[in-house]
Design a protein around this ligand. Structure first.
Ligand SMILES: [Zn+2]
Length: 230
């Protein structure tokens, strides 16, 4: 009886287990405390994952399982980075040291117009050889405040510039400010996006809508550890 119960429990965990898709923004930029993770903290995060037997997998691995309804391994973790700040370059040696892959969601207008603290297209072309670069809108708008036509225009413009500079179309969309609704989910499906992402501090599991996959914010080490120990 007990064995059966244990078997059922592990089966349920395997079927409904969640995965943390972490979201980072800036590195080593203490002047932006709410979006920043210091290099020392980033290293502690990656060391924690390694010590506790987590495997950092590419985002597509989780998306594919969600789309097929196949179980997610709760020991998987995904790293995503939003916006495309230049400070990522300072963190790169740490990601390399831990062989930690990530997906970067790019705020296209900021890169294209050379906003001061953003990466440039040449940085992104170099990063794209090893990491996945995906889409975070053209103008980083609050999509829920736009008309359907404006959402289409923002996306179309962003995709055009993205393609011109990176020579491929992104597959994934991360909603700016995590703002979206049913209509926005439908609207971005006019384009060939295979999945879209929220940032709502919930785990991703196979019950997720592929166009609103949950992510969790990664912040200081105490918060990070709490994510994994609950
Ligand atoms: Zn953003």
């Amino acid at each position: 009886m007990l064995r059966k119960l244990l078997l059922l429990t592990s089966l349920a965990l395997a079927l409904f287990g969640g995965v943390k898709i972490l979201s980072y923004h800036r590195f080593d930029e203490p002047q932006h405390p709410s979006m920043n993770v210091s290099l020392k903290t980033l290293e502690r995060h990656l060391q924690y994952l390694k010590t506790h037997g987590y495997t950092i997998v590419p985002l597509r691995r989780v998306v594919e399982n969600i789309k097929k309804g196949e179980p997610l391994d709760p020991k998987w973790v995904v790293i995503t980075i939003d916006d495309g700040y230049k400070s990522l370059l300072k963190a790169l040696p740490i990601f390399e040291k831990y062989d930690a892959t990530f997906t970067l969601f790019v705020y296209v207008q900021a890169v294209d117009e050379g906003y001061g603290d953003f990466l440039r297209w040449h940085d992104l072309r170099r990063l794209a050889k090893r990491y996945d670069i995906e889409f975070h809108s053209y103008a980083h708008p609050k999509l829920t405040k736009l008309s359907k036509k404006e959402v289409l225009q923002d996306t179309l413009k962003g995709l055009h510039i993205f393609y011109k500079n990176l020579a491929y179309y992104p597959r994934y969309y991360a909603y700016p400010y995590s703002l979206y609704n049913e209509e926005i989910k439908q609207t971005i499906r006019y384009f060939p996006f295979e999945a879209a992402f929220a940032l709502n501090n919930k785990e991703a599991d196979i019950s997720c809508d592929p166009y609103a996959i949950n992510r969790v914010m990664a912040a200081d080490f105490a918060q990070f550890r709490k994510l994994f120990e609950k």
